[in-house]
Design a protein around this ligand. Structure first.
Ligand code: NDP
Length: 447
């Protein structure tokens, strides 16, 4: 059987075994697209059910999360933790609290996380978790009670050497605090290394909050360097206005780019002078308010309810909100508007059809498993600091992050060239990540 046929047969098994999980199918298809070239060169990777084992999580935990809301009513949510692959280190990956969360979404995120974490060059395996709980509109006390109930079950399954969750959509510093507090109470142990994204005065790392966004900006700067360009003076559009988006905007501004638009799920704002970051942080971080409030203060800016942020012409686009937010039509519009670089700040925000549009148009396109790996990489740095009871300065940690992103960029570019696909970041990232995990799986035997 040819390598292509082998990969197609395994993909069919994945579809059958994981029915009704379209996001997981999409994430698997994206990796499988690159696999046959590896199997052609190194047929032994098809032995020992290696690819089949890689597609099957080591463990999937689903649990009830009952909690009492402010009116005294009992609410019931569903919690998930998918411990996908631990050959390179403890499972590592965030928790997402959003009403759309289901097992398929957690599996897609966990699967991507395996390769992202491998690419980071750090000793971390892949996992992901979350709940269909919606923190929006909930009081602090409700969020705390939910987090405490969630951790009451989750604590049995995690640990500094087992599984180390962090934040993702809907899970920021506040939620990590409540989760860590409950873990500490249940275990009677100050095990800092069990969660990352902690506050700076209780075991957190400098730059962790900023890391995913900063890392994406560093990655874009590296991509531009390959065409002897830089972010200086570039017009940039960043979707979302959460953790990743805010700090991508901050670093892009520091590197000389001008971010003219960002969004939330209600619509997008355009500020031709460049997004006023202090104002955005006040609205989104301090007050947890809606993005339309931006134009009440910055009256020269505009707010569009609904619509597509990708209608805003730019040199660089960074989708940093959620999966499948940038579709084929949006990609065509961006290409017409002159986009030269697209880097995924979010996980799988670009549909496969949109990726093809960018490929056909010669737009440099970086997948999330490379471009947004700065967050998890800095989480691994937080684990290092916790293990050594040390804390590093902002400048030192930021420098480590910048060097990690340069390293990931280099590995991806070299791998793509080595396999005869220069400039293809998708294949470069998939292959480099896969080979690292596959080699470790072979060394550890059939487990
Ligand atoms: P946040 O919850 O901080 O922010 C998410 C942002 O995206 C908000 O502006 C939110 O708007 C918007 N958004 C979420 N869902 C939708 C939707 N269905 N439609 C439109 N807009 C939406 O999350 P993060 O910034 O942490 O995460 C953003 C992305 O980055 C996710 O894909 C995540 O997996 C990925 N990522 C995050 C990392 C991290 O360190 N936090 C690390 C690597 C990847 P609203 O508030 O209106 O819902």
């Amino acid at each position: 059987m040819s390598a292509r046929d082998q990969v197609a047969a395994i993909y069919q098994q994945v579809l059958q075994r994981n029915a009704g999980e379209p996001e997981f199918h999409q994430a698997a298809a994206e990796v499988f697209e690159s696999l046959h070239v590896v199997l052609e060169r190194y047929p032994h990777y098809a032995d020992g059910g290696l690819v089949e084992r890689l597609c099957e999580p080591e463990r999937q935990i689903i649990f009830r999360v009952p909690w009492v809301d402010d009116t005294g009513a009992v609410q019931v949510n569903r919690g998930f933790r998918v411990q996908y692959n631990s050959v390179l280190g403890p499972y590592k990956g965030g928790l997402r609290f959003h009403p759309s969360v289901n097992l398929g979404i957690v599996k897609f995120l966990g699967f991507e996380q395996i390769f992202k974490n491998a690419l980071s060059g750090l000793p971390i395996g892949g996992g992901k978790g979350g709940s269909d709980f919606d923190p929006k509109g909930r009081s602090d006390a409700e969020v705390m009670r939910f987090c405490q109930s969630f951790m009451t079950e989750l604590h049995r399954h995690i640990g500094e050497y087992t599984d180390v969750p962090a934040g993702d959509i809907g899970v920021g510093g506040r939620e990590i605090g409540y989760l860590f507090g409950q873990y500490k109470r249940l275990t009677n142990s100050y095990e800092s290394g069990v969660l990352t994204g902690k506050g700076l005065n209780w075991g957190g790392s400098q730059v962790r909050k900023e890391a995913t966004g900063y890392g994406a900006a560093y990655f874009v700067a590296e991509m531009l360097k390959t065409v002897k360009s830089s972010l200086d003076g570039k017009t940039v559009v960043v979707s979302g206005s959460g953790n990743v988006a805010i700090y991508a905007i901050e670093k892009i501004h520091q590197l000389g780019g001008i971010v003219v638009a960002c969004s939330d799920s209600s619509g997008y704002i355009v500020d031709p002078k460049g997004i006023d970051l202090e104002l955005l942080k006040d609205i989104k971080e301090s007050r947890r308010a809606r993005i339309c409030e931006y134009v009440e203060t910055a009256t020269h800016a505009t707010f569009t309810s609904g619509g597509s942020i990708w209608d805003v012409a730019c040199d660089v686009a960074i989708p940093a909100a959620t999966q499948n937010e940038l579709d084929e039509d949006a990609a065509i519009t961006l290409v017409k508007g002159g986009v030269v670089v697209v880097a995924e700040g979010a996980n799988m925000p670009t549909t496969p059809e949109a990726v093809q549009v960018f490929r056909d148009a010669g737009v440099a396109f970086a997948p999330g498993k490379a471009a947004n790996a700065g967050g998890v990489a800095t989480s691994a740095l937080e684990m290092q600091q916790n293990a050594s009871r040390d804390s590093w300065s902002f400048e030192y940690t930021d420098d480590r992050l910048a060097r990690i992103m340069t390293g990931i960029h280099g590995r991806v570019v070299e791998t793509a060239e080595d396999y005869g696909m220069p400039g293809d970041y998708v294949h470069g990232a998939n292959i480099a990540g896969f080979v690292k995990v596959a080699d470790a799986m072979i060394s550890l035997g059939v487990i």
